[in-house]
Design a binder for this molecule. Structure first.
Ligand code: SF4
Length: 143
């Protein structure tokens, strides 16, 4: 007979990693790739990742495109309304580091859990970023 033991918090982390509800901010051309990842060919819902239209129903913020200093207060407002614990996925060079247009990436405004580089990153890279986040949240990955 086989036994599996775990703690409640580990089970909770695992469950959360398999059921992200995300709110998406699409402010650049990378948004097309996010939409592609969401579509029927790649289908983010296979990973339990479901889009919400209200930030207060979401625990994952997916940001694609440049966030300027002028936009930062709005992004912070959305971030503050989200459920806790909450996570951030930065998609593309603009979100990660400012890209061609700025020297400031998202890290300047909010904590980013996983960066997906590329200009734009392919949907496969976005899915890899999501899987990396799942591993991080479930405790499989330590950094
Ligand atoms: S990283 Fe490239 S593709 Fe993505 S928003 Fe910036 S310029 Fe557009």
């Amino acid at each position: 007979m086989n036994f599996t033991t775990t703690t409640f918090s580990r089970a909770q982390q695992w469950a959360q990693s398999k059921s992200f509800w995300y709110f998406s901010i699409r402010s650049g051309c990378c948004a097309d790739e996010v939409l592609d990842a969401k579509g029927c060919r790649y289908d983010l819902e296979r990973f339990g990742c479901i889009e919400r239209t209200e930030p207060n129903q979401a625990d994952l913020l997916i940001i694609s495109g440049l966030i300027t200093e002028k936009m930062a207060p709005f992004v912070l407002d959305i971030y503050s309304k989200m459920l806790t614990p909450k996570y951030v996925l930065a998609i593309g060079a603009c979100a990660c580091s400012g890209g061609l247009f700025s020297k400031k990436g998202l890290d300047e405004f909010i904590p980013v859990d996983v960066h997906v580089p590329g200009c734009p990153p392919r949907p496969e890279a976005i899915m890899h970023g999501l899987i990396t986040l799942q591993e991080k949240v479930s405790g499989k990955k330590r950094n």
